[in-house]
Design a protein around this ligand. Sequence first.
Ligand code: ADP
Ligand code: MG
Length: 352
Amino acid sequence: MSSTRYRAGLAVLAAASLAFGISYFRAIGSKCSAQPAKRFERTVEAMDTFVTVSVSGVDEAAAAETMDAAFAEVERLEALLSRFEPDSDISMLNFASPGEAVKVSPATLAVLCEAARVSDLSDGAFDVTVGPLVALWREAGKSGALPADEDIDAAREKVSFKDVSLDAESNTVTSAREGLVVDLSAVAKGFVAERAAVVLIRRGITSGFVDAGGDVMFIGSNADGRPWRTGIEDPLKPGTVADTLYVRNRAVVTSGNYRRFCTIDGKRYSHIIDPRTGRPSQGPAGVTVIAPGGAAADAWATALSVLGKDGADAARRAGVEFLMYFVEDGEINRFESEGFAAFRKDGTNDQR
Ligand code: ADP
Ligand code: MG
């Protein structure tokens, strides 16, 4: 079982259990209201994980109809963005020759633009062409032997998103380099959560969320009119909550080095790669990002996993709030952006 599935599995389990439990990156409705509005929820396997859509404030028929529409959007976007679907926009792009302008859908262009923005602001720490390095380190994890320096250098040569140009006028994408492979793993789940939430909002939903494997886009307030309450998992005690957050109209995404990693010679290596060194990130054990949109939150959670504390200025310029966990001497040390504290307080943060 992949750890992504495991993580999502926890969320689904939490949804199924009626007891007040700890849910992993998952909304917990407040228990105070005398007559809480009814909440409708559905979970579907998609994006190589589980996607949950939850809505309230409408009757059952309207809820079913809006959830259908949201899942149709998830399916549509997955078909465009998957690297494994031969007809997807991303496959078309990956199979194109250098210099060939590939026409893509506006949604594909939008997620690539967000990826480009985060790449630029993070000075290349975020790079969706990092696949050859991911593959090299995955192989190393399987064989138990560190990759040779030459192999790392050769793979690094094939990582360069700045050689991919995006033309918003003609909706085309052009790679200037042979062998570049775009893999949107680090941004697609957040993007899809965001777009599915937009579908719900357009259909009049003012309270709900879309959870794509732990990358959550919250709409409005919860069914009781309170901010959504969500927990960040303790990297030292998986399954328990280390921090509780309260958000309205925000995406909350966590990238953790502690859950997905490989071990070589007894040392743990993250699944997030620093494209500048060609080696797994040595950064924080976990990074949680709160942002207005899911794509930015997802991409920045990955970018800040590479940059660590050095990424604080870039995150500020990008307008995202973050909390990093560093595990040192068996303890969690936190490092967070200035605006993050507002999300620790129930009801006092009043963003729209
Ligand atoms: P998760 O998949 O657990 O949600 P992330 O959003 O952080 O975590 O995405 C990590 C995935 O993104 C990796 O498995 C890999 O495919 C890809 N990746 C690794 N390093 C980078 C990077 N520096 N920039 C962009 N994508 C990356
Ligand atoms: Mg990410």
